[in-house]
Design a protein around this ligand. Structure first.
Ligand code: NAD
Length: 250
């Protein structure tokens, strides 16, 4: 299998924690140079430290994916440092639970701006460069919430994650002729800080109803992301790959 990423440069957003952190570490283990983005510079720097300790090559870049200006600067910095961007993983996300009857417009907009517009911002910031080089691999994080809704009072999040699927399939159609593949990963419940106060209720539900009755580890999602970003997945585009322990069987 062609998972060799030795000449590749990967940008992972929200890579200071959870799934993004494990994805950045795995890219580095497979030989890629990694741009570790996060809104928290300290978190990104910590992950870069872990990569460097194992002999890998990475840079930490602070930016808010909700800002097109900031992510454009991220891409500029990567081009200056590594000369190219082969892989974009749209991973940064937030998940602030609120029942719909209490959710105000600002809260709704904030989640859409990070979880959906952030995917557009990063893709838009890097796509011309990928078109010029006729090479690109884009992997975006959706969620089972975007497919079947959520039990955790995150309707804005579910809407954003459903939007990621439509966006991914559309750009997959537009960009295939430039050798740019775009795919989405749909995790079930993954044991990361994202879950916050919803962790217990989600854990109880997963244990009762999932064919695999436990939360996923971040590494189990990262494995699939890195596969999709590699040339082992060269004939996959517009695909939605579910990694949910059998929850949706989709
Ligand atoms: N944990 C789950 O159960 C689960 C399930 C389905 C999908 N996902 C998705 O996977 C992705 C990663 O989630 P996770 O569970 O690893 O979360 P996490 O909270 O562990 O990590 C998310 C990271 O994104 C960063 N971030 C937040 N807002 C940002 C912004 N505006 N700009 C840049 N960075 C920002 C955070 O600082 C954090 O380091 C998210 O898109 C999430 O929606 C997670």
């Amino acid at each position: 299998m062609d998972l060799d990423l030795r000449d590749k440069v990967a940008l992972v957003t929200g890579a200071g924690s959870g799934i993004g952190e494990q994805t950045a570490l795995l890219f580095a283990e497979e030989g890629a140079k990694v741009a570790v983005n996060d809104i928290s510079f300290d978190s990104a720097q910590k992950v870069v430290g872990e990569i460097e300790k194992k002999g890998g090559n990475a840079i930490a870049i602070k930016a808010n994916v909700a800002s097109f200006t900031e992510v454009s600067q991220v891409v500029e910095e990567i081009l200056e440092t590594f000369g190219k961007v082969d892989i974009l993983v749209n991973n940064a996300g937030i998940y602030p639970a609120k029942p719909i009857q209490e959710m105000d417009e600002e809260e709704f907009d904030m989640v859409i701006n990070v979880d959906l517009k952030g995917v557009y911002n990063c893709t838009r910031a890097v796509v011309n460069h990928m078109i010029e080089r006729c090479y690109g691999r884009i992997v975006s994080l959706s969620s089972v919430a975007g497919r079947v809704g959520s039990v955790a009072n995150v309707s804005h999040y579910a809407a954003a994650k459903a939007g990621v699927l439509g966006f991914t399939k559309s750009i997959a159609r537009e960009l295939a002729r430039f050798n740019i593949n775009a795919n989405a990963v749909v995790p079930g419940v993954v044991d990361t800080p994202l879950l916050g106060k919803s962790r217990d209720i989600l854990m109880e539900k997963v244990i009762k109803t999932n064919p695999i009755p436990r939360l996923a580890e971040s590494r189990e999602i990262a494995n699939v992301i890195v596969f999709l970003a590699s040339d082992a997945a060269s004939y996959m585009t517009g695909s939605v790959v579910t990694v949910d322990g059998g929850y949706t069987m989709a």
